[in-house]
Design a protein around this ligand. Structure first.
Ligand SMILES: *Cc1c(COP(=O)(O)O)cnc(C)c1O
Length: 876
């Protein structure tokens, strides 16, 4: 089935490429006329011709495929010989990686060029738009395996490697992760771009070419230390520089307005102009000709090297000047869900936004010669508020560069831009000081002021005289630019990332906006690229699915639901158990080789892998482990299956409390290791340097998925989805997408604990007293008290204070203590169920089957229908 479908799709793609698509005409109007003329031919002739053409094309296609296969091997040999001066037999894994990456990149470039013709045809359709997804982060991970898998070249390369004595895994391990993101937000952008490509959309990602991605984490005496992530030496093979297509981005300068006969004009003197040079990473889709790109901007000094300063003898200053531009794209800010408010960060944002928006408008104008239809042909999606300056920047481009009026520009900008909110945490909401924005981008600031003025007028019509409300939702106020307000009022659609989160936006964070314009708000629950997170990273499970439900689930995510039919099939349940065990062995080997730690694959693997943040409550997990440890100390003969607690998490470098929690986990681990009786039953491992690659190894090995954030704080979560689709069962709170996982699998296939959002709201309004909870629960009290004594000789009094005490304005702000007892109760229940292996494995089946709901394909379909109003260029 899958075979047939593929052939059909390929034929269709080819046909549309070689069809009427004329060379891009200079005048779009002339072009249109020609096409109308062609359409006037009788339908009959057309059909006959098409049939004949189809037959010819099928043959061509087959020939092409054989040729492509031969080409891969030949090209690889050529690159190895002439570029790397080696042979397939003698190449190191490193050289093989480089050569393969180069060859695959070439293939993708060719496919991108071929796909252009399909896109050009679609430019005349009025149901298709170009989708631009702008995001400060794209957490891409490795590319080689993904691309080989998508292009269907995995087996061929495996065969080629057989002669070389190298394994695929060895070669894949040579590729550094493209870690251009912090966590969930950046990984979502990567999953979406990949899925939009598989699903046939004309989509482009925009971001920055950070020279250093997210830091590498080392744990030294339990404490997180950050090392630079210099990924380009191994990663640049995927980046295609386009040095002759740069854009200028303007900063600073003295801004002046003056009146002329033609109206108000402005002048900007002595600005700093920085060149944005694009680096394109081609994005492959699964079994499709669709090929898109992620365009990453590098900042370069616009005049190149300052020869004048250099010639005057001041070499250092010349070098520094060069640096001041290039520093913009030097490093990714390593904080997730925390705002820093640094000028360089704002500079990064405007740099990305300005280059991307100029690029989008220019490309549109090149095709159509007008901006009249801009919003009908383009979608600009801003992922979180970081790219919200797109709104004033587009206004600037329309007015200053293309001479449009305010009203003409505003209508088009708002109807093009849509915005996804990712958090309701106060500490994560972006606010920039007026003076900073005005100094850095004087023209943009003036435009924001005008947006602000007009918005307040409009709101005064809606809520006459209600200035409290109007002040609160204005983009300017308290001498700050509030990016969330700017993003909402400048977009035609706003969405949250799970049903619960979207509801909180409407009821709470954006309530007044919602009252003013309820239709603007919608929900699109996050999703994952399951071809990566299941088919590629868990080949054992993928094979079982192929055998049971057939391979169609790889292209049609709905089919995954068919797996539920096997919920009582003993053979399948046993197979599932074997696969999980094999994955645990494989993961244990990996951990042994990179960290030197032994894991017992027969123990139960409990996994909490995500950024370290108070709201995610790794501390709650740790407290429960402490009380587990205390119980074992009291009775070392406790009859229990060995438990392995796996933590993986990076903390923002200056987030002291989060770093303390990492240290606590490490020190608990260290102390347990010193006790031979206890370490057989209880093992705590902090996995160093969590990354996409690690996640790909870890998710398939997990038995239990810990999703224990304070209700109302986790917008969605996607780690929960990755673990679920790999058969792990969730213990979690009613938060983010956990709520929808609960709806999907039913109460008997998930373990829910803790206070609900409404309960928490009520408790907070009455005054939360963590001390009372602590005093009334002896088990909890003992665990919290143990923090003072500490572990492996290190006290964690600071964490006890955080949970109970003054010094912190609110004790236990994320309510670890409140949910502790229920967490322990449900955890015990879960461990008991785990011992019923049949029951557990059928829970696993239900989780895998129902994970179809969290395929990114479903999210993208919803974005296309509810927000973007577009369709694929090439449909499956
Ligand atoms: C999926 C993913 C995340 C997001 O995890 P959450 O549990 O949703 O916070 C973070 N980091 C990496 C490397 C991921 O792959």
């Amino acid at each position: 089935m899958a075979e047939k479908k593929t052939t059909e799709r390929k034929t269709a793609a080819k046909a549309s490429r070689t069809g009427t698509a004329a060379k891009k005409a200079k005048s779009p109007k002339t072009d249109k006329t020609t096409r109308t003329g062609a359409a006037a031919k009788t339908a009959k002739t057309k059909a006959a011709k098409a049939k004949a053409a189809k037959a010819v094309k099928k043959v061509e296609e087959a020939v092409l495929e054989v040729r492509e296969e031969a080409k891969l091997k030949d090209r690889l040999n050529t690159v190895l010989e002439y570029d790397l001066h080696t042979t397939p037999e003698e190449a190191s894994a490193q050289q093989m990686y480089k050569a393969l990456a180069r060859v695959v990149n070439e293939q993708l470039r060719q496919r991108y060029i071929d796909f252009k013709k399909t896109k050009e045809k679609a430019e005349q359709r009025d149901d298709v738009k170009k989708v631009y997804y702008i995001c400060m982060e794209y957490l891409m991970g490795q590319s080689l395996r993904n691309n080989l898998f998508n292009l269907g070249e995995m087996e061929e390369v495996r065969e080629i490697l057989e002669g070389s004595g190298l394994t695929l895994e060895e070669v894949f391990d040579c590729e550094p992760d493209a870690g251009l993101g912090n966590g969930g937000l950046g990984r979502l952008a990567a999953c979406f771009l990949s899925t939009m490509t598989t699903d046939g959309y004309d989509a482009t990602g925009f971001s920055l070419r950070y020279e250093y991605g997210l830091f590498k984490q080392k744990i030294v005496d339990g404490w997180q230390v950050e090392l630079p992530d210099n990924w380009l030496p191994g990663g640049h093979v995927w980046l295609n520089e386009n040095a002759d297509d740069p854009f200028d981005v303007t900063f600073y300068g003295t801004y002046q307005e003056y009146w002329t006969e033609e109206g108000l004009k402005f002048n900007l003197e002595n600005p700093q102009v920085v060149q944005a040079v694009p680096y394109d990473m081609y994005i492959s889709g699964y079994e499709t000709k669709t090929t898109n790109k992620l365009r990453l901007w590098k900042a370069v000094d616009s005049d190149g090297f300052d020869m004048a300063t250099f010639n005057s003898g001041d070499f250092t200053r010349a070098a520094q000047k060069n640096n001041s531009a290039e520093v913009i794209t030097k490093v990714l800010y390593p904080a997730d869900n925390i705002e820093e408010g640094k000028e360089l960060r704002l500079k990064q944002q405007y740099f990305m936004v300005s280059a991307s928006c100029q690029n989008i408008v220019r490309d549109h104008y090149k095709i159509y010669g007008t901006l009249d239809n801009f919003h009908k042909k383009n979608v600009i999606h801003i992922n979180d508020t970081h790219p919200a300056l797109s709104i004033p920047e587009l206004m600037r481009i329309f007015m200053d560069d293309y001479g449009c009026s305010w009203d003409y520009a505003w209508e088009r900008v708002v109807n093009t831009v849509s915005y996804t909110n990712h958090t309701v945490l106060a500490e994560a909401l972006e606010k920039w000081n007026d003076s900073l924005v005005r100094g850095l981008m004087p023209r943009i600031y003036v435009i924001i002021q005008e947006i602000n003025r007009r918005f307040r007028d409009e709101m005064n019509q809606k809520f006459p005289g209600d200035w409290g409300k109007i002040d609160y939702i204005s983009p300017l106020g308290d001498n700050q630019v509030r990016m969330a307000n700017l993003a909402v009022l400048g977009s035609h659609r706003v969405n949250g990332v799970s049903a619960l989160h979207s509801k909180i936006l409407q009821d709470d964070l954006f309530h007044d906006f919602y009252l003013a314009d309820p239709d603007k708000f919608t929900n699109v629950t996050n999703g994952i690229a399951y071809r990566r997170w299941l088919c590629q990273s868990n080949p054992g499970l993928a094979e079982l699915l192929d055998e049971t439900i057939g391979p169609d689930y790889r292209t049609d995510y709905h089919r995954l639901a068919d797996f539920e039919r096997f919920v009582r099939d003993e053979t399948v349940l046993d197979r599932l158990e074997e696969i999980k065990h094999a994955n645990k062995v494989r993961f244990a080997d990996k951990v042994k080789s990179v960290q030197g730690v032994d894991l017992d694959p027969d123990s139960i693997f409990v996994v909490q892998a995500k950024r370290l943040h108070e709201y995610k409550r790794q501390l709650l997990n740790a407290l429960r482990i402490i009380s587990r440890y205390q119980a074992l100390k009291a009775d070392p003969n406790l009859d229990m299956r060995p438990e392995t607690y796996l933590f993986a998490a990076k903390s923002a470098p200056n987030y002291y409390l989060a770093k303390s929690v990492i240290q606590l986990i490490s020190k608990i681990s260290e102390e347990i290791e010193q006790d031979p009786r206890i370490r057989e039953k209880l093992k705590v491992v902090f996995l160093e340097n969590y990354s996409v690659s690690m996640a790909e190894h870890l998710m398939p090995a997990a038995d239990i998925s810990e999703q224990i954030s304070t209700a109302g704080k986790e917008a969605s979560g996607t780690g929960n989805m990755k673990l679920m689709i790999n058969g792990a069962v969730t213990i979690g709170t009613m938060d983010g997408a956990n709520v929808e996982i609960y709806d999907a699998v039913g109460p008997e296939n998930i373990f829910i604990f803790g206070k609900r959002v409404e309960e928490i709201r009520k408790i907070l309004s009455e005054g939360y007293n963590s001390g009372a909870v602590y005093s009334n629960d002896p088990v909890l009290k003992a665990a919290v008290d143990r923090l003072s004594e500490g572990f492996a000789g290190m006290s964690f009094q600071n964490l006890k204070d955080y949970l109970l005490k003054p010094g912190y304005s609110i004790a236990d702000p994320y309510m670890c203590l409140l949910d502790f007892a229920d967490y322990c109760r449900v955890h015990d229940e879960m461990f008991a169920v785990y011992e019923d292996r049949r029951r557990w494995n059928s829970m696993s089946v239900v989780n895998i089957a129902k994970a179809y709901r969290f395929a990114a394909d479903s999210s993208i379909q919803n974005y296309a229908d509810q927000i973007w109003n577009t369709r694929p260029v090439l449909s499956i």
